[in-house]
Design a protein around this ligand. Structure first.
Ligand code: GTP
Ligand code: MG
Length: 220
């Protein structure tokens, strides 16, 4: 089974813990309890992507400034990162670039990034419109999602969409690798054939030389 480390980052109170809770336990809690671990809390979920069985290892972390020095253990070997903002909070959107830079600085293993605009149920208080979020995601080559941690489908789309992209990328790389191997195998075979042909020609010419010698002996 393919095991994938999936991390969530973003400002405090944007809803990271609630998104994970909804996805793994199908529940939503209104009361707020800040996450205090800087090295991450882990949850697991098994899903099927195409014909591949995948085990997601989902890491939650603290968004609060004082816990925020994300350590290397948290980022280490993460393949997918979701950067979350709260669409009713301008600052959390402005901070996306800081989170993205931190990710770039501290991790070289992350292959797929998602930008998550959370709290879509509070549409009347919305201060960031969808296009702004989509444009930022496009700038950093990330996928964009709108979610509300109250709704399972909206958060499942994030985990499954990003995982699907990652698996497809890896499969493509695998295919490319296979093609390269096939090409170099063909090259080796071609070289071998050429060498065999050379040896054959050498033997033929040797044989004809011998025949000629014998003929000249016979004649004299
Ligand atoms: N209306 C609404 N409230 C939400 C949503 N997601 C989270 N909340 C609320 O926002 C508050 C913060 O949610 P958390 O999931 O704890 O936020 P966090 O990003 O984990 O915060 P830190 O652990 O401090 O980094 C809680 O009171 C939640 O109930 C949502 O989609 N809609
Ligand atoms: Mg939290």
């Amino acid at each position: 089974m393919l095991r994938i480390k999936f991390i969530l980052i973003g400002d405090t109170r944007v809803g990271k813990t609630c998104i994970i809770n909804q996805y793994t336990n199908k529940e939503f809690k209104v009361e707020y309890k800040t996450t205090i671990t800087a090295d991450g809390d882990k949850q697991f979920k098994e899903i099927k992507v195409g014909n591949k069985q995948v085990k997601l290892e989902i890491w939650d972390t603290a968004g609060q400034e004082r816990y925020r020095a994300i350590n290397k253990i948290f980022m280490n070997k993460a393949k997918i990162a979701a950067i979350v903002y709260d669409m009713t909070n301008q600052k959390s959107f402005d901070n996306l670039k800081n989170w993205y830079n931190e990710l770039k600085d501290k991790s070289d293993s992350v292959k797929v990034i998602g930008i998550i605009a959370n709290k879509s149920d509070l549409y009347e208080e919305k201060v960031i419109n969808k296009e702004e979020g989509e444009n930022y995601a496009k700038d950093i080559n990330a996928l964009f999602f709108e979610t509300t941690a109250m709704d399972y489908e909206s958060v499942a789309a994030v985990f499954e969409g990003l995982t699907k992209k990652y698996v497809e990328m890896e499969e493509k790389k695998g295919r490319i690798k296979q093609e390269e191997e096939l090409k170099s195998q063909k090259k080796v075979e071609k070289k071998k054939e050429e060498q065999e042909r050379k040896v054959e020609q050498l033997e033929i010419s040797k044989h004809t030389n011998n025949q000629n010698k014998n003929k000249s002996k016979e004649c004299c």
